[in-house]
Design a binder for this molecule. Sequence first.
Ligand SMILES: *Cc1c(COP(=O)(O)O)cnc(C)c1O
Length: 359
Amino acid sequence: MAFSAPRRQPLYASHPHTRLARLPTPVHEAVLPGTGRLLIKRDDVSGVPYGGNKVRKLEFLLGRAMAAGADAVITFGAAGSNHALATAIYAKLLGLRCHSMLVPQVNARSICRNLLRGYAAGARLHPCANRRDTALCVASVFRETYARSGRYPHVIPPGGSSPVGALGFVNAAFELADQVPEEGMPDVIYLPSGTMGTCVGLLLGLRLRGLETRIEAVSVTTAPFSCMEKAKALFQATNRLLHAADPSLPLLAFPHHQFSFRKEFLGAGYGIYTTDGVAAVRQAGAIAGIRLEGTYTGKAFAALLADARRGALDGKRVLFWNTYNGRDFGADIEGLDYRELPIPFHAYFEQDVQPLDQV
Ligand SMILES: *Cc1c(COP(=O)(O)O)cnc(C)c1O
């Protein structure tokens, strides 16, 4: 069964915004023993040519960059960052230059694909070994951009998780509430927590609608990117941004009872696959026909499966928010030579990927 609803976007009028996503994304139903009902929110098809959760944030982030008259953006991530890639692709579509400051990570096959696709989108990919390196690189991009155009580049934080980026997921909560009849709203939503704009934006949107749906935020990174302090600070800052633009939206207390921060599925760290996560990727394909991966969505789905197995979701309406891009971009990178990338990136193409990514 699939739900659909007319497009209604209450925040678009009061915050700079540019339309990039194809909304609403579908909600599909799957069967999983141990749950009353399993719904899948298909943000994997949130955009063309690239989907996933970052598109919703970029509608507001790049909308603001355009409104500020910027002609370039800077953003940050690990080498294979989906956020850096999404920013590169959609910045290019809007005629903005994109600079990505990329730090090292444990090797996986998706890193090579993302690097090549970002390069194909015309982004400048800057290898940054550490924080000091990143700061120096940002300073030089600022100087270079200003010298060229007399303007500074617009800075987009890691993962796009500023209050502005989180607006995309406040809207996403409204979208879900418009799409699913109230009696069918999920009791609980499972999703990965990387830099928290997604889970916190959803939580705030649910609260603003007076909905009690609980968020299970499955941490796939460590502090300061993902932690309770970050969740509260981002919730309040996003709430203030909304309230300032529209005082009819109230300032709310952080709803502790409605937010679980789950650390037990992270494993050894960001981008390091876990046995449970890899098994969950396989099971999601089998029961829901969706393609997950080991860094984010596999770990979040592993949490859902573990809770179902121990009886915690009996009779509950459960929703899995699929945050991973599902658009194939193989044709866009075919024939590209990785040796055209800056040398520090070559190792991802020349060395083995982590063992759990080899199966
Ligand atoms: C970036 C990303 C996330 C994490 O979203 P945050 O808003 O940073 O917490 C989850 N899943 C995928 C596939 C991502 O690329």
